[in-house]
Write a protein that binds this ligand. Sequence first.
Ligand SMILES: Cc1cc2nc3c(=O)[nH]c(=O)nc-3n(C[C@H](O)[C@H](O)[C@H](O)COP(=O)(O)O)c2cc1C
Length: 358
Amino acid sequence: MNQLFTSVRVGRYELSNRLVMAPMTRSRAGNGDGVIADAVPDYYEQRSGAGLIISEGVYPSASGKGYVSTPGIETDAQIAAWKKVTDAVHAEGSRIFMQVMHCGRISHPSIQPGNALPVAPSAIKPAGQTWTATGQQEFVTPHALTVAEIQDVIADYRSATRRALEAGFDGVELHAASGYLPEQFLASESNHRTDEYGGTIRNRIRFVLEVLAAMVDEAGGDRVGIKISPEMNFNDIVDEKPQALYWELVEELNQFSLAYLHLTRQGTPEMDYHALLRPRFKGPYLMGAGLTKETAEAALQAGKADAAVFGELFLANPDLPERFRLGAALNTPDRTTYYGGDEKGYTDYPTLKVTEAA
Ligand SMILES: Cc1cc2nc3c(=O)[nH]c(=O)nc-3n(C[C@H](O)[C@H](O)[C@H](O)COP(=O)(O)O)c2cc1C
């Protein structure tokens, strides 16, 4: 039996299929105002064959911004623009969660309000460079948040959740993957704090749990998901005992009765984190990274996941579910148009119908 096209309950919602569009930053917002461009509603509408869409990462407050031309959910203008996206997706019968993404130290003073230092749990500079308005630049040593400032950041996640709902989103996803602020707190190498937010695993997971508590308080657990990426080591994130860390984190997630746990993995760490953590989480499990129609179907049939998340394939194939259903050929993603630019490589990937007509 084909599982991908069966419905599934995720939090408050009955999704029409088990194909989820992955959160993907596309950097098509005004760099000054963080308002999404006019083409963005079309882009999401084209992909609303997905049972669930997870939006690109959206900053909760300007200090959470990490990349040029990424969008926010802070101002009335930002909310009004996002409303066009949620209306378009809902008109097509799909669901959309907003991914709330605070980049922490994976930012740069030139991207921060008042050219301030980016914030992080500890003043530890990540290795590497980032793309800014003036080209590639070294990361900087971030400002270590005080306990009072941590409370302000948590309040920003709360407001972002409220505003996302106001903009018509069906829920929110906490981006706790890929080396951004929440994972900077989780990981031992980026968190050298000696207070209640650092040191032991229990202390390092505290930030994520407090953020989730605030988001759940606004939206209800059944409208909040979380994305994690154990041992992906992206953005210079390293933890000394990742299996123990995520084992404890996932157990603690259960208290919130979340809409879902979304786990993505790249590379080939020796541990199969899907196998380790899926049974530990009491709720819908979204598996992501590197899936094809066949591997996704196999994972669903084996009960290893409840839904399958597709990134690059959805980016390049607006009608991905239809193509899967028909066993049709897939468009190839064009990496040169991933971040920034106009409609090229954004809303102009052809659907099967367009290709056939041509
Ligand atoms: C262009 C692009 C932008 C991405 N931006 C984000 C993002 O904003 N937030 C996030 O959690 N993951 C982001 N990702 C990672 C995807 O969500 C996904 O985990 C990854 O692409 C692996 O899945 P795939 O092999 O199906 O593409 C991005 C991936 C791509 C290709």
